[in-house]
Design a protein around this ligand. Structure first.
Ligand code: ADP
Ligand code: MG
Length: 256
C-alpha cells in the first residue's frame, strides 16, 4: 500500500466522520461537459452540446427551455435512462456515464424517484400496490413494502384512498399516488417531467405545494417544465437552449 493512501477509489480525498461535524456529501448531480449525439442513418443531431451543471443535496431546481432544446434528452440522462455520448455524469458521487443497462436499472431504482406527466400508474393495482412496486423490484418483503407504502401515501395526504385504483381517483390524486411511489424508496433525487402538464389549475397548484413541502423537508427536487409559473415555484431555474444551458443568477437580490 504505497502510492496515495489518502485517496479513495474515486480519486478524491476521503471524508472522515468524526461524529461531531456533519460529513460533507457529494452533489446529487454533477454533469461535466455532457454531449448527446443521436445518429439516424447518416444524420447526426447534437441534442446536448457540452452541458455542465451541479445540483446540491436539498436543492429545488427547475429546468426550462423551448421545444427541441434538449430537455427530454437531459432528463433521460439525469434519470439514468440513457448515457451521455461524451462527458461525465456523477449521481450522488457515483459515475454513471459508462454503466451497463443492468447497472443503470439498479441505480435508477435505488436513487431516483420519477414523476411523469402521464402519472404512469398500473390501472389494475390499487394505490397501495402501485406505491409498493419500486420496493418489490428492490426485493423488499411484503409486510415492510405495505407499511412503507402506507407511510408514503399518508405523506401525500391519501391515507383514506389506499385501496382505490387509479380509475377511482381524480387526476390530482393519481399524481399524488405517483409522488408517493417516487418517495417510497427514499431516493437521492426526485425527478419530475412536466408533473402538472395533465392537471387542472387547482390540482397543479396543490402539486406544486407538495413539491414545495418535500423541498422544505430536505428532498432534492428537479422539475422539468416549459411553464414559467411552474418553474417559478422552484428555488432556481436552469435554462436550456439549443443543447446548451445557462444558469440564472439566484432570484433573491437579482437586479432583473
Ligand atoms: P425537448 O424535450 O426540449 O423538446 P429533446 O431532448 O426531445 O428536446 O430533443 C432535442 C433534439 O434532439 C431535437 O432536435 C430532437 O429532434 C432530437 N432528438 C431527440 N430524441 C431523438 C432521437 N431519439 N433520435 C434522433 N433525434 C432525437
Ligand atoms: Mg421533451
Amino acid at each position: 500500500m504505497t502510492g496515495s493512501p489518502d485517496l479513495d477509489d474515486t480519486g478524491r480525498l476521503p471524508v472522515y466522520d468524526t461524529g461531531v461535524l456533519p460529513v460533507s456529501r457529494p452533489p446529487v448531480i454533477e454533469l461535466v461537459d455532457v454531449t448527446k449525439v443521436y445518429r439516424t442513418g447518416t444524420l447526426e443531431v447534437e441534442a446536448l452540446r457540452g452541458v455542465s451543471a451541479v445540483i446540491d443535496e436539498s436543492e429545488y431546481v427547475a429546468i426550462m427551455g423551448p421545444s427541441g432544446s434538449g430537455k427530454s434528452t437531459l432528463m433521460h440522462i439525469l434519470g439514468c435512462l440513457d448515457v451521455p455520448t461524451t462527458g461525465s455524469y456523477r449521481l450522488a458521487g457515483e459515475d454513471v456515464s459508462s454503466m451497463t443497462e443492468a447497472e443503470l436499472a439498479e441505480i435508477r431504482n435505488r436513487r431516483i424517484g420519477f414523476v411523469f406527466q402521464q402519472f404512469n400508474l398500473l390501472p389494475s393495482l390499487n394505490a397501495s400496490r402501485n406505491v409498493e412496486l419500486p420496493l418489490a423490484y428492490a426485493g423488499v418483503e411484503r409486510a415492510e413494502r405495505h407499511e412503507r407504502a402506507q407511510i408514503a401515501l399518508a405523506r401525500v395526504g391519501l391515507e383514506d384512498r389506499v385501496d382505490h385504483r387509479p380509475g377511482e381517483l381524480s387526476g390530482g390524486q393519481q399524481q399524488r399516488v405517483a409522488v408517493a411511489r417516487a418517495l417510497v424508496t427514499d431516493p437521492d433525487l426526485i425527478l419530475a417531467d412536466e408533473p402538472t402538464g395533465n392537471l387542472d389549475s387547482v390540482s397543479a397548484n396543490e402539486m406544486l405545494a407538495l413539491f414545495g413541502e418535500l423541498h422544505a423537508s430536505g428532498r432534492t427536487v428537479v422539475l422539468i417544465t416549459h411553464e414559467p409559473e411552474v418553474a417559478g415555484a422552484a428555488q432556481r431555474t436552469v435554462r436550456i437552449r439549443d443543447g446548451n444551458i445557462q444558469e440564472e443568477p439566484a432570484r433573491a437580490g437579482s437586479a432583473r
